[in-house]
Design a protein around this ligand. Structure first.
Ligand SMILES: Nc1ncnc2c1ncn2[C@@H]1O[C@H](COP(=O)(O)OP(=O)(O)OP(=O)(O)O)[C@@H](O)[C@H]1O
Ligand SMILES: [Mg+2]
Length: 231
């Protein structure tokens, strides 16, 4: 299995107005390409902080994070921005779509940043929308779409550049059961078909049966690491 990210002994503390929080406490972890990994644990245990550290958005106080030869924890802000642009996709609970843009325009944005020519970018954006079952919605703006459709646009935007690593933070929590299951099936397919390492934070127990691996956190520590044989 190819390793997408390797983290060693990472710790992260927050000190705000004399309140000291140990958000991550000496966590070591490897995330593999082609695997759909679920990250779970109680509110405040450090899941979002862990995603931020693994994607280079936040620097840990101690420890190293590495992707291939690239050491995120030794890199400059600019180098980490470039790493995220070229290697990572992100999906969040609140969709984060631009109100004025149509679905296909939203999905095209990352390709514009990557300076992919307009015509090819448009074709790839349309294919990505097709892969999440939204070809027929490509000209709609967010206000004209359901929550499930908006989340699928956000997924298409994250997968259109075929990211090595896809980070998702509670992507199903604003969705009903049917849409939630659909989103999870798409995330799983991204890992298995595109070969991305998909790391998804979720509280939703119903999603567990879909994961290749389940990581459980508590109080900033990794408590359990359960890998399932592929079916
Ligand atoms: N920017 C920050 N400044 C200060 N404290 C923070 C900050 N971000 C997170 N924390 C604290 O760090 C701890 C871990 O937060 P984190 O957001 O990683 O938890 P989480 O597991 O994602 O929780 P949830 O399931 O509620 O989203 C919490 O106690 C939180 O209050
Ligand atoms: Mg969180």
């Amino acid at each position: 299995m190819t390793l997408a990210i390797c983290a060693q002994d990472i710790s992260k503390n927050y000190n705000i107005q004399n309140v000291h929080t140990r958000a991550l406490d000496t966590i070591s972890l490897e995330i593999s390409a082609g695997e759909f990994t679920l990250l779970t644990g109680p509110s405040g245990c450090g899941k979002s902080t862990l995603l931020a550290v693994l994607s280079g958005m936040t620097k840990p106080d101690r420890g190293t994070v590495q992707s291939g030869d690239f050491v995120l924890t030794a890199a400059s802000d600019q180098e980490r921005d470039a790493f995220r642009l070229h290697k990572c996709g992100f999906i969040f609970q609140g969709f984060n779509l631009f109100p004025g843009l149509t679905a296909v325009e939203q999905v095209q944005i990352p390709l514009d940043y990557l300076k992919i020519p307009e015509e090819r970018a448009r074709q790839r954006a349309e294919r990505a929308l097709d892969s999440v079952g939204l070809s027929h919605r490509k000209h709609l703006r967010p206000a004209e779409m359901s929550g499930g459709e908006k989340q699928r646009v956000a997924i298409a935007r994250a997968l259109v550049k075929k990211p090595a690593i896809l980070f998702a933070d509670e992507p199903t929590s604003a969705l009903d059961r049917e849409n939630g299951e659909r989103v999870v099936a798409i995330l799983r397919a991204i890992a298995h078909r595109i070969g991305s390492a998909v790391l998804c934070v979720s509280h939703d127990l119903r999603l567990f049966s879909q994961a290749d691996r389940i990581l459980e956190m508590e109080d900033g520590k990794l408590r359990r690491d359960l890998r399932r044989p592929r079916t």
